[in-house]
Design a protein around this ligand. Sequence first.
Ligand code: EPZ
Length: 419
Amino acid sequence: MSTIQIEGLRPLRGEIAVQGSKNAALPMMAAAILHKGVTVLEHVPRIRDVFCMIDILKTMGCRCEFEGHRLTIGAQTLSRIAIPRSYVTAMRSSIVLLGPFLSRCGEAATYYPGGCSIGSRPIDLHLYGLRKLGTEIEERGDDKIAARAERLKGCEIVFPYPSVGATENVLLAAVRAEGTTVIRGAAREPEIESLCRMLNGMGARIRGQGTGTITVEGVDALHDSEFRVPGDRIVAGTYLAAVMAAGGRAFLRGIEADQLAGVPELFAGMGARIRREEDGIGISMEGRPAAVSLETRPYPGFPTDLQSPMLSVLAVSSGSGQIRETVFEGRFAAAEELKKMGAQIEIDGRTAAVRGRYPLEGAEVDAPDLRGGAALAVAALAAAGETRIRECSHILRGYEDICRDLRLLGAGIRSNTSG
Ligand code: EPZ
């Protein structure tokens, strides 16, 4: 079990180079399947989900070399079209491999990913979009899905909800489909925009990314390409939250403020001073943050992935605030752990009511999930005494090295892996 210990109440001061984006890199790795050649990705984060996707690609017959942050994927030959269940269970986002395999091989097999700690995570919108493109989906027993498409044909697809993953799956299937595909109600997250930029760099013909309507003109062939993964906006937002809670100042290099959908402006309204630079974001914070109330929304709304770190900021705010989680139905697991640290949080369905107090109290807590674990680290920075966070393997799925990064900001933090 991996554990992190944090000695709280030290103001932060320093600079961090923000890692590459997990949620941008994963669909880009899937996109490499579309081309019988070589795709190079730079600035890929060395996180567990990336290593899991590399294992999947290798199992399917790809050659993968990951040196430093440079990932070279050779997809000249594929040896199978069925994704092993163990990988689907380990990483739900493997579902975005469906589109590329249908495009490349005309068939694919996987499993219903099943729910996780933040919600039931259905894939009905993924299957709706792929069926519209001409895919026959057979739901076999034991959660197995077999998909087949003689020839994917472009069409108009209207999503009732801007699902990030479903938008990515349809994009990846449409790139080499016959004719034009128009996706309405598409997700607008920056990760969609960077995926489209990467695909266009491979020879795809996509426009409208970042708006709710994306048009894909099918092409016959793609070519070798190289692309740099953008900075991880959720990791950057987590570290902004850390400064909000602990006080101090930091500069986060390698992230564009615009990608953070108004989060810096929200923090400025809570008392922070924000400095937008060409190559990053500066933040300084003195005293306790003012309380706010907000709800999570698809981009450009407040990101659901920063909801847990925001709970930690509100837990030490100078007033009372509320967070309403509108994207996932069960994403308040961190609240129970924060309450062990003295946080005053009441959960009612999809709403968390928080009354700030400062400082919190160091305690022994368990990371419930990826972003909940990061939120506990944020809270520990504003807690008296030592906090021990167990089950930190969750955090390693998305944060390359949260100890290294927070130590660079002057936090009293260390980790050990035992057993
Ligand atoms: C992506 O998940 C991200 N993961 C999530 O980040 C992020 O929280 C989420 O987008 C929202 O921004 C990756 O990119 C790998 P959705 P995804 O499809 O694609 C419902 C993290 O911490 N829905 O936009 O699964 C779904 O149940 C992770 O880095 C359907 O109903 O998100 C949820 O309520 C967590 N049917 C909502 O839409 C579907 O077919 C948003 O899901 C698909 C989704």
